[in-house]
Every structure is written in C-alpha cells, then in structure tokens.
Design a protein. Sequence first.
Length: 105
Amino acid sequence: MNGLNFNHFHLGGLHSAYVRGEALLAAHRHTEAAAEFQKILDHRGIVGADPIGSLAHVQLGRALVLSGETIKAKAAYQDFLTLWKDADPDIPILRQAKAEYARLR
C-alpha cells in the first residue's frame, strides 16, 4: 500500500491516483484525470486523514470544468468549500478554489 507513515499514523493509500490525476490534467486528458480524483473520493476509508482527501474535491472540480461538465464541477467545488468552511480564509488553495467557483456561477 502506498501512502505516508507519520509517527505510526498511516496517511492515505491513494497518492499514486492523486499524482496520476495531476499528470493527466497537465496532459489535457481531463476526463481521465477526473476519474483518478473520483477514485480517491470513492475510497475515503483508504484515504483517512490524508489531505489529498479534501484536495481531490478541488482537483475533480478543475478536471470537470475542463471536461465541460460545469454542473458536476460546481458540486465538487461546493464539497471542497463545505469541508473548508472554517479554515483560515487566507490559505492559498482556499482562495483559489473560491475564485474558480465564483467564475462558474
């Protein structure tokens, strides 16, 4: 199983899917990238407390936007923003996600 072991606390096991999704996004293979990020969201029990679990929502949203699936993309962004509703508003990924989401409205 891939993942990180931090002080005997295993973080995730789907890092390869996340990296594959990012590579597919960079290669403009948006539908395939969306499938990789969805795989992470479909296996939350494996992901555990790993940050890729919440970041997969925003990456899925980005892939779906580029695939032309705006309605699904909005839902992915909303899921991310709900998870991060109490986060520091100055965190760069949160600011980016809010701006990207606002452009979808």
